[in-house]
Each structure stands twice: as structure tokens, then as C-alpha cells.
Write a protein that binds this ligand. Structure first.
Ligand SMILES: [Zn+2]
Length: 289
């Protein structure tokens, strides 16, 4: 199986077989029984189990499976699909490699893989990468076609200049590292909150709601990338389940900062109508310094 995965010890290419991934220097990484590959070296872990907890991943999964974010995910997948379709003619040999960086419990990556496969029969090689081992283990349930990888996003597990498209949905981005692993003619696609994202929830949380910044930090920092396209996706959703309202709250950064009284007020809601508002941005790599 041809991949563009890199050995976390020596940086050499990894060859995948059913049980493990092995580099030319015989560094070997066993595949977990559920199918993911752990390329996070234990000495690079900052805690015993870094990343989001199983409980957070479970809330996230339940909310996403409610379909509330499908509209924005489909728009992001269409953007990636157009880039991949535009590249297939220009690639003389070999498949296209697409990675979802910060894939969490895998919902978006699974949809991406299916969308790309239906657009092109052979399909690109798709990777889902996250530092959370519980999340990546959950993600394996969505697809056996995706390479699910536990790894750091500050040293992402790919060969230099090997990825055609990197996708980041609501995930932190290490621009220097993404630039390192992207091909010079590749693209980075990001999905970030727009100014009205989850407005009704933020109104409850803050007396005066601060809009999300319109300019993601990546756009402000043009060291590695040039911002080439932006699409705003904005639509209303209606949540009529208290459990799903709490699942949504648990997915947001607000969860950790609200008072007990505010949390209780949200717990008592039976329905919530709010706006999904995101920016889908395309960045092209600048020439390497
Ligand atoms: Zn190695």
C-alpha cells in the first residue's frame, strides 16, 4: 500500500502492511486492533492521554450524527473535491493524498472520504490525523478506507512536500508544519467560525456577544501561505433535544468557562434555534524560503 506517511523516529517513508507500518531502518509501528496506527512517540506525549477525552468525543459524535453540521461539511468537501479534480489531470502518476488534520472522532473525515470516492472511482488516499487516541479509535468505525493516525499536528506524520490537500475543520493549525508536508502546488483548506456562528448560544453565555474574529490568524500570518479563496456558509439549525443542546455546548470552548448558573440555564432549555456560520478558506503555499 502506497502512502506518504513518515516514520516518527527517522522521517523515512513507511510501508504499510496489514499488521504494521515499517520504515527502511526497521522502525515498526503496530496497527491497533481497531485499525488505527499510533505514530505518536511516547516521549513526545505531553500527558498520558493527550487530546480530547472520550466523554468529549462521545458528545461530539452524538451531535455531529444529528446532521447539524452536514451543510458546512458538504461545502468543505465540495471545495476539496474541486481541488482534487483539478489536480488529477496534472498528476502524471500516483494517487492524490488528502489529509484531515485534527480529525477528532472522524465524522467529517468519513464524509470526506465518501464524497471524494463518489467523485472519482479510484479516489484519493485519505488520512485522518488526531492526537487523541480515544478519538481516533472511535473514528475507525466510520471507514476502513481512511488511514486513521494518532500523531502530533506539530510534527504531522507525512513526508516533506507529499500531501496534495490538507483540510482543517475547527482544528488548531501549525502553519509551518502544514507547509512542510504540503506539495508546492498543494492546498490547505480551513473551516473556521464566522461572525454569527452559534449566535443564540453565545447570547446566553455573554451579556454582550463578541463576534468571532472575521480574520482567522492564519490569514493575518502570510509567512507560509497565500489566501486565495473564501466562501461563507451560513444556515439556521433547530435543536429540539436538551441532550443535543448539551452535546453542542460540550463541543465549544465556552463549556470550560461558563458559570454553574449559566450551565444550569442551558440545561433547562428544551429547544434552541441558532445559526451555523463558517468560513471555508483556501490557502496556497508560498515558495519555500
Ligand atoms: Zn524510521
Amino acid at each position: 500500500m502506497t502512502t506518504v506517511l513518515a516514520c516518527p523516529v527517522c522521517g523515512g517513508g513507511l510501508v504499510m502492511n496489514t499488521a504494521a507500518a515499517v520504515c527502511a531502518s526497521a522502525h515498526s509501528f503496530d496497527r491497533a486492533r481497531s485499525g488505527y496506527l499510533n505514530l505518536l512517540l511516547s516521549n513526545k506525549r505531553q500527558s498520558a492521554e493527550p487530546g480530547d477525552s472520550p466523554a468529549m468525543m462521545a458528545s461530539r459524535r452524538a451531535f455531529l450524527q444529528g446532521g447539524f453540521y452536514d451543510g458546512m461539511a458538504d461545502a468543505a468537501n465540495a471545495t476539496v473535491g474541486e481541488i482534487v479534480a483539478g489536480r488529477s489531470g496534472s498528476r502524471a502518476k500516483g494517487p492524490t493524498h488528502v489529509a484531515d488534520l485534527g480529525c477528532g472522532e472522524g465524522y467529517f473525515t468519513g464524509r470526506l472520504s465518501r464524497a471524494l470516492a463518489s467523485a472519482e472511482p479510484l479516489g484519493p488516499v485519505t488520512y485522518g490525523v488526531d492526537i487523541s487516541r480515544p478519538g481516533t479509535r472511535m473514528a475507525t468505525a466510520y471507514s476502513t478506507d481512511v488511514h486513521w493516525i494518532v500523531a502530533s499536528l506539530h510534527r504531522s506524520p507525512f513526508l516533506p512536500a507529499s500531501l496534495d490537500v490538507a483540510l482543517s475543520i475547527f482544528a488548531p493549525i501549525d502553519a509551518a508544519d502544514v507547509r512542510r508536508v504540503l506539495r508546492d502546488d498543494g492546498a490547505l483548506v480551513t473551516v473556521t467560525p464566522g461572525p454569527d456562528h452559534l449566535d443564540a448560544l453565545r447570547i446566553i453565555i455573554y451579556t454582550s456577544v463578541k463576534p468571532h474574529p472575521k480574520t482567522p490568524t492564519l490569514m493575518a500570518d502570510d509567512t507560509y501561505f497565500e489566501h486565495t479563496a473564501s466562501t461563507r456558509v451560513c444556515y439556521p439549525i433547530h435543536i429540539d433535544s436538551p441532550v443535543q443542546i448539551m452535546n453542542l455546548l460540550a463541543m465549544t470552548p465556552y463549556y470550560w468557562h461558563i458559570s454553574r448558573a449559566t450551565k444550569k440555564a442551558i440545561e433547562e432549555l428544551s429547544t434552541l434555534s441558532l445559526t451555523v456560520d463558517v468560513q471555508i478558506n483556501v490557502f496556497r503555499p508560498k515558495a519555500r524560503a
